[in-house]
Design a protein. Structure first.
Lengths: 369, 169
């Protein structure tokens, strides 16, 4: 059996910082595919991708709540929080990466891999060695060098076991200020209700919700509430058909889904700022998006550090970012052979200041995972 | 051919609307608007408008390639806005970009230049209302579309500083 990688509160804090980075890292790929779809086309696919992306935002908030409940300090502005795309996937394979792609069969294939249900064959296999030369892993163990998880579900299972173990010997584990929790009064239409975390029970509830809604560790295509797990939602786009309750995972029997792969802005895959013409108006727009995204992450960081009412402002920022996003993807990218522009998510360093929430030296060190 | 027309129409639109190329292409409607103008007024009028714009640009060409703003303003008024045939069409192209609607030209215009389709008021696509430049110009969202988030209506409009009077010292 693999030795547990979580021994104390500091380990848990490291893992939950990683969980937040992981949940966030799935959002730019989903949004790139979503906003590449031409308006009024592909409504089935657009809906499926949008709902999934919004649920990842809920997961990010839930992970922040658990982190806050055990006395951690969320920080979405630390270096490396936004991965450099393409980034490696966490499921134990090393032959593909997560790109920022337009809506396409390749994008859906990647989304299925991100959300793949992954009960490891045994606990022994939960952690697998990181392949040589891999640098941009989405899910690696923050406490054991050179190891990463077999699947996102396994990663959360490790945190759940760690919380139970540490709480058993440290009854003061859940020492966080309840005023730092983001509750349903601040979070609306976001793929389920947000769970404030104050003790082990609510923490486990929040983390199991994330794992079930995403990959469904072992719960089949629908969860207990009859909701389809993300993996199976994306499978519908591959089959071109919706699932009905009780369907075999390999044979959905619901209504057909109409997809027109050509009704998509052909955005350049994982575009970088260096792909933009130097000094151009378009390059300035791409840099502006990145800067505004950085400012948005700083605002979320404040929200998660004792000012949950700022969530309302953050949602306003999200809608403004949406408009900037769509403006970019409709612009041809000169010199790309007929491809379009897209946000690069190369976020410039942003500082956020809040005297009540200084980052400890230990947390700064962990920020380099 | 269409590519060249598109480029010329885009260049004309930048000078007519005072929005940049990235903003205009960002609406996703540049080619729809060109097609609308051609369908309404006919290719001959649109070609004449694009040629007049090129000539105005040439009139105003500065030493380093970028036009002299005052000379360009005069040239546009001289060659386009004071022209009985091209002026009303150019004003309509501005309204098209700002509101997403082709406003019917008056009978005086169609009596002289034919192209009866130009007299009909119509929207271009379902997206053209919400992509109207007017909403960006006043820093507001188009009512009923592009939801801005709960409570954002309590905030002042976000108008780019360069458009504010106090910025123009």
């Amino acid at each position: 059996m693999t030795a547990p990688t979580i021994a104390n509160r500091d380990d848990l804090i490291s893992y939950l910082h990683t969980a937040m980075a992981l949940e966030h890292a799935t959002i730019p790929p989903y949004l790139t595919a979503y906003y590449s779809i031409r308006p009024t086309t592909n409504s089935d696919a657009a809906h499926i991708i949008r709902v999934t992306a919004v649920e990842e935002m809920l997961h990010l908030t839930l992970a922040a709540n658990v982190l806050n409940a055990i006395g951690g300090k969320p920080d979405l502005t630390r270096p490396g929080f936004v991965p450099s795309y393409p980034a490696y996937l966490p499921d134990g394979e090393d032959d593909f990466t997560v790109d920022l792609r337009p809506f396409s069969p390749e994008a859906i294939e990647t989304f299925c891999k991100i959300e793949r249900p992954g009960a490891a064959p045994g606990v022994r296999a939960r952690l697998v060695p990181v392949p040589e030369g891999s640098s941009s892993l989405l899910v690696s163990s923050p406490t054991v060098e050179g190891m990463r998880f077999y699947s996102i579900g396994e990663f959360y299972e490790e945190i759940i076991e760690g919380l139970e173990k540490v709480e058993a010997v440290d009854p003061e584990l859940f020492c966080g200020d309840p005023a730092r929790q983001v509750g349903p009064e601040y979070f609306y239409s976001g793929g389920g209700s947000v769970i404030p975390v104050s003790d082990l029970d609510s923490a486990l509830q929040a983390l199991r919700f994330i794992a079930d809604q995403g990959e469904g560790l072992d719960s089949g295509i629908h969860d207990a509430d009859g909701e389809l797990a993300h993996y199976y939602r994306f499978r519908q786009l591959q089959f071109g058909r919706y699932y009905e309750v009780g369907d075999d995972p390999d044979a959905p029997t619901g209504p057909p889904l109409s997809i027109t792969w050509d009704d998509v802005y052909p955005v350049k895959v994982s575009a970088r700022l260096t792909d933009y013409p130097l000094g151009s108006e378009l390059a300035a727009a791409a840099r502006k998006f990145n800067a505004e995204y950085g400012a948005f992450l700083a605002l979320l960081t404040k929200t998660f550090n004792g000012r949950p009412n700022l969530m309302q402002d953050a949602v306003g920022s999200m809608f403004r970012l949406r408009d900037e996003f769509t403006r970019l993807v409709r612009n041809p990218l000169p010199g790309s052979g007929g491809l379009n522009a897209a946000p690069t998510f190369e976020i410039p360093p942003v500082s956020w200041s809040d005297p009540d929430a200084s980052t400890t030296a230990d947390e700064m060190a962990e920020a380099t995972w | 051919m269409t590519g060249q027309l598109s480029e010329q129409f885009l260049a004309l639109s930048v000078d007519l609307t005072a929005f940049g190329e990235t903003d205009l292409l960002g609406t996703g409607l540049a080619d729809d608007y060109l097609a609308k103008a051609r369908a309404a007024c006919g290719d001959e009028v649109v070609t004449a408008l694009l040629n007049a714009h090129r000539a105005a640009r040439a009139d105003a060409a500065g030493h380093n390639g970028s036009p002299d703003r005052n000379r360009l303003d005069r040239a546009l008024r001289h060659r386009i806005f004071s022209d009985d045939r091209l002026g009303p069409v150019a004003r309509n192209v501005i309204k098209l970009w700002y509101s997403g609607t082709w406003y019917g030209l008056p009978p005086e215009w169609t009596d002289c230049y034919g192209a009866n389709a130009a007299a009909e008021t119509s929207t271009v696509t379902a997206a053209s209302y919400q992509e109207g430049l007017l909403w960006r110009a006043i820093g507001a969202n188009p009512p009923g579309a592009k939801a801005p988030g709960y409570g954002t209506w309590a905030e002042p409009p976000r108008i780019e500083p360069r458009y504010l009077k106090r910025a123009a010292k």
